[in-house]
Design a protein around this ligand. Structure first.
Ligand code: PMV
Length: 310
């Protein structure tokens, strides 16, 4: 039996826009999905998903999960093999924090060890990208990149089909955030496809929003590096407005964003695919993090207290 893991992530800026070539900023969180893989004598692939989190998530993702493993086997040119996969780890499954990418990386790493393949992280990342297509349709690659490499990353899909631009961003110190879970399972594939359709149908409304996002992400990087968290927070609020405008937020996400801001968060926005799933609030310092997190818990929502830039 061999094991592998992948990081969970929170997109700080640029989800959805990043699918269309705008840069994004993503931070891995210090929680992982772990996979254990054991070869079996037959040619069946079985998966036992023991991850905890939003009710209904595991069931809702079963078909996509099976497709993602089939994609992996094709990439690895492994045919007629049997294996049992067990998924666990401390990253809860909830839409928006990269559960699918973390599990793709974890499974790919475990399978590589189990079958004695000599793949480096670049190759694992490429395989996880193919696996992500089962969950996201036309993924940008930001999730699998964060799940593979960890850290705080600048990510831009290559415009020419060459390698993506991936750069580490350094913070002066790690910064506390709160991730709030609406408790709704969302389908990233549907959300991504919806944006593409609306953008195509209404370019005059959508193109300026995409250009605004591009400038915003460049500014956000500079401000993160300068440790100007107040202004980073303002840009998060603006990013949330842009995400609302492209139709990927939801009432629950908007409610949690407002609640976080009322309780002193420097900024707040939905994170990931939207349509349910998670939001994040920028809450530098343990005290502010605690008061924002507990306000969400009192309203009946599950939260994660974590940090970016670790
Ligand atoms: O919902 P998640 O955690 O899978 O995040 C998806 C991020 C998107 O930008 C919406 C899609 C992508 O591939 O970049």
């Amino acid at each position: 039996m061999e094991k592998g893991s992948g990081f969970g992530k929170a997109i700080l800026f640029g989800e959805h826009f990043v699918v269309h070539g705008i840069p994004g900023i993503v931070s891995a969180v210090n929680l992982t999905t772990d996979a254990a893989v054991v070869r079996t004598a037959d040619d069946n692939i079985t998966i036992f998903d023991a991850r905890k989190g939003t009710e209904g998530y595991t069931e809702a993702k079963k078909v996509q999960q099976k497709e993602s493993v089939e994609r992996m086997l094709r990439m690895m040119e492994l045919s007629s093999v049997g294996m049992h996969i067990v998924l666990g780890g401390d990253l809860p499954v909830m839409s928006g924090i990269g559960g699918s990418a973390a599990s793709s990386v974890a499974i790919a790493r475990a399978v590589v060890h189990e079958f004695g393949l000599n793949y480096d992280d670049e190759k694992i990342n490429r395989i996880a990208y193919e696996m992500e297509k089962a969950y996201a349709g036309t993924p940008s690659g930001i999730d699998n990149t964060a799940a593979t490499f960890g850290g705080l990353l600048w990510f831009q899909k290559s415009p020419s089909g060459g390698p993506d631009i991936i750069e580490h961003i350094r913070l002066e110190r790690p910064v506390e955030i709160v991730i709030g879970n609406t408790g709704k399972v969302a389908d990233t594939k549907e959300m991504v496809a919806g944006v593409a359709t609306r953008k195509k149908e209404n370019p005059s409304a959508y193109n300026p929003l995409f250009e605004r996002e591009r400038r915003l992400v460049f500014d956000a990087r500079m401000l993160l590096e300068r440790d100007d968290m107040q202004t980073v927070g303002k840009l998060m609020n603006e990013n949330h407005l842009l995400l609302q405008k492209i139709g990927v937020s939801s009432n629950e996400l908007d409610f949690l964003v407002d609640l976080a801001l009322k309780n002193g968060a420097y900024g707040a926005k939905m994170t990931g695919g939207g349509g349910g799933g998670c939001m994040l609030a920028l809450t530098p310092g343990k005290e502010l993090q605690e008061s924002v997190a507990s306000s969400m818990e009192q309203a009946g929502f599950k939260v994660l207290r974590t940090r970016i830039g670790i």
